[in-house]
Design a protein around this ligand. Structure first.
Ligand code: AHR
Length: 522
C-alpha cells in the first residue's frame, strides 16, 4: 500500500516526471525519492543500542578500571569512555553476555568486592573473572549513561529461582529477602530494568537446545519473571541466528497471542569467507571489502524472512524483533589472545555500520532493539582503549552521525541506483534511509559502497519544502584507513557541502566509499 502511495505521488509531481522518464531510458540514473509529509513508524531509539560482555577487555580495562585506578573514573568506570558513550546518546546497553550470560551467576557479583567469588571465564580466554564488575556496577553505568539496562539472564546453567530472584533484587520495592540483601549492599531504591533476555543463543553456547525444548524452558522461566511496582519488563526470548527461520516459527507458534515474551532476538555476524577464514580487520583488498558489504546486506533478507513469520502470528506487530548481536567478525589482531576477539576497525566497518543502521531504520515497524557487538575492544567496537588512552573508531563516528534518527519517524523512500560490481558479482551501490524528527527536520543517511567511484544522487523530497540543508561526511583515502593510538583522527567526520537543493530536489555528489548524513530544516 505504502509503495503504491509512493509510486502515485512520484508520478503526480510534475517536477519528478522527467527524472522518472530518464530513469526508464537510462538505467544508471541514481534517484532516492523521499516522501517527507507522510511519516511512518517511529524508529525506536533502542535500535542504536550496544552490547558489553565479560569478554577480553570490553568490561575490564575498557569500561571498568576500579575506584582505585589512576585512570580518571567515576565510581570505577573510566571517564573517557563514559563521555564518549554519552555523546552517542546510547539508548540501551546489553550485559553480561553473550555466551558468558549463560555461565553467569549474579550473586557472585554483589556484595563487598573482596568477598566476591572468582570464577574462570570458560568461553573467553579461560581467564579469571573476579566479579568486581557486577549488578551494582552495571546499573551505575546505565545511570551514568542515562540509558536503559538490558540484562541477559542465565538459562543454560542457571535456575528459574536464580533468575526470578535477580529480577526481584533489581526491581522490587517490597520487603523480601532479595530486597533486604540489595539494601544491605548499599542500594535502597529498586532500579528500573527495561529489557531482560531469557537466555542467549540457547541453540548453541546457551545449552545446545532444540527449538521445541527451548520454547518449553522459556515458558517456564518467563512465568516467574515478575513485574514489580511500575517496572514493566520487556522479556526477550532467545531467537535464531541468520536464516534459521524454523526456530522463529516454533517460538512464534508456541507463543501465539500469549504474553510470555515481548521481543524475539536474532543474531547475525558478517564474515568474509565463513568462520574458518574471517580475514584481517585491516589487511584486506577490494575482494574482502566487497564480500564484507555483501554479507552486511544479507541483514535485509534475514530480517524480512523473520518478519514474515512474525507477521503471520502477530499481525498487529506487538512483538519486536531484537537484533541484539550484529557486526563484522574478523581475525583477532596479531599477538593478541584469540579468546579476546580484539579487532581493529576501518572505514570498511563504518560503511558496514551505515548499511546495518539504514536496514534497521527501514524495518522500524518490527525491529525495536538492536545491539552492536561490542562496545569497547571486542569485535566491531565503537571504542578501543590501551591503558589510559582511548580512540574512537570509524564505527563510532557513524553511530554519532546517525543518532539523529533516534525516535524520529521513518519516511518512505524509493531508491533506484546503479550497482557496484566486483568480479562478476553485484550489490546496490547506495544504501539509504530517511526520517523526520519532532521538530520537522528531515535527516537522510546515505552510503556509497563503491570504493572507486563517485556517485551523483538526485533526491526529490516530496511534500515539504526546506530552507536550509547541512551535511556531514565520513570517508578517507584508503578502504582500510583506521584510527590508531598514534594517529587517532585519521578517520573522522567532516562538514559536507557537495550538494544542491533546488525546486524540491536535493542533488548530492557522494564520494567513493563514503557515509553522508544530510539534515534539511525549515
Ligand atoms: O559477541 C561474541 C559472542 O558471539 C557472544 O558471546 C555470543 O552470543 C555470540 O556467539
Amino acid at each position: 500500500m505504502k509503495k503504491l502511495f509512493l509510486f502515485i505521488t512520484v508520478l503526480m509531481i510534475p517536477a519528478l516526471r522527467p527524472a522518472v522518464a530518464q530513469k526508464e531510458a537510462d538505467p544508471v540514473v541514481n534517484q532516492l525519492v523521499v516522501v517527507a509529509n507522510n511519516p511512518g513508524p517511529v524508529i525506536c531509539k533502542d535500535i542504536y543500542g550496544h552490547f558489553s560482555e565479560h569478554l577480553g577487555a570490553c568490561i575490564y580495562g575498557g569500561i571498568w578500571v576500579g575506584k582505585g585506578s589512576d585512570i580518571p573514573n567515576t565510581d570505577g568506570i573510566r571517564n573517557d569512555v563514559l563521555f564518549a558513550l554519552r555523546e552517542l546518546q546510547i539508548p540501551n546497553l546489553r550485559w553480561p553476555g553473550g555466551c558468558f550470560a549463560d555461565t553467569y551467576h549474579w550473586k557472585d557479583g554483589i556484595g563487598p568486592q573482596h568477598k566476591r567469588a572468582s570464577i574462570v571465564n570458560t568461553h573467553w580466554g579461560g581467564v579469571t573473572e573476579d566479579n568486581s564488575f557486577g549488578t551494582h556496577e552495571f546499573m551505575r553505568l546505565t545511570e551514568l549513561l542515562g540509558c536503559e539496562a538490558y540484562i541477559n539472564g542465565n538459562v543454560g546453567s542457571g535456575t528459574v529461582q536464580e533468575m526470578a530472584e535477580w529480577v526481584e533484587y533489581l526491581t522490587s520495592d517490597s520487603d523480601s529477602p532479595m530486597t533486604r540483601l540489595r539494601k544491605e549492599y548499599g542500594r535502597e531504591d529498586p532500579w528500573k530494568v527495561r529489557y531482560f533476555a531469557i537466555g542467549n543463543e540457547n541453540w548453541g553456547c546457551g545449552g545446545n537446545m532444540t527449538d521445541e525444548y527451548y520454547a518449553s524452558v522459556m515458558r517456564r522461566f518467563s512465568t516467574y519473571l515478575n513485574n514489580y511496582g511500575e517496572n514493566m519488563l520487556y522479556r526477550v526470548a532467545c531467537g535464531p541466528y541468520d536464516y534459521n527461520f524454523a526456530w522463529t516459527e516454533t517460538l512464534m507458534k508456541d507463543e501465539a497471542t500469549r504474553g510470555r515474551f515481548q521481543g524475539l532476538s536474532i543474531h547475525y555476524y558478517s564474515l568474509v569467507d565463513g568462520w574458518n577464514n574471517k580475514g584481517s580487520a585491516t589487511g584486506f583488498g577490494e575482494r574482502e571489502w566487497f564480500r564484507t558489504l555483501s554479507a552486511n546486506l544479507q541483514m535485509d533478507p534475514i530480517i524480512k524472512g523473520h518478519k514474515a513469520i512474525m507477521d503471520r502470528y502477530d499481525p498487529l506487530k506487538i512483538k519486536g524483533l531484537v537484533v541484539d548481536e550484529w557486526g563484522n567478525w574478523f581475525d583477532v589482531e596479531p599477538a593478541t589472545n584469540p579468546g579476546f576477539l580484539y579487532q581493529q576497525n576501518t572505514l570498511r566497518d563504518a560503511l558496514s555500520a551505515a548499511v546495518h543502521l539504514n536496514i534497521f531504520n527501514v524495518h522500524a515497524d518490527r525491529v525495536k532493539v538492536a545491539n552492536l557487538a561490542q562496545t569497547v575492544n571486542v569485535l566491531q567496537s565503537v571504542i578501543l582503549t590501551r591503558d589510559d588512552k582511548m580512540i574512537l573508531t570509524p564505527t563510532y563516528h557513524v553511530f554519532r552521525m546517525f543518532r539523529v534518527h533516534q525516535d524520529a519517524r521513518l519516511l518512505s523512500t524509493d531508491l533506484r541506483c546503479e550497482e557496484y560490481t566486483f568480479e562478476g558479482n553485484s550489490i546496490p551501490a547506495i544504501s539509504a534511509s530517511a526520517s523526520a524528527d519532532i521538530r520537522g527536520r528531515v535527516n537522510i543517511s546515505l552510503a556509497n559502497l563503491n570504493p572507486g567511484k563517485e556517485i551523483s544522487l538526485a533526491c526529490p523530497v516530496i511534500g515539504e519544502t526546506f530552507s536550509s540543508v547541512t551535511g556531514e561526511i565520513l570517508t578517507s583515502d584508503a578502504i582500510n584507513s583506521h584510527n590508531t593510538f598514534s594517529e587517532p583522527e585519521k578517520v573522522k567526520p567532516e562538514p559536507f557541502s557537495d550538494f544542491r537543493y533546488k525546486d524540491g530536489v536535493l542533488t548530492v555528489r557522494l564520494p567513493s566509499k563514503s557515509v553522508v548524513v544530510l539534515e534539511l530544516s525549515k
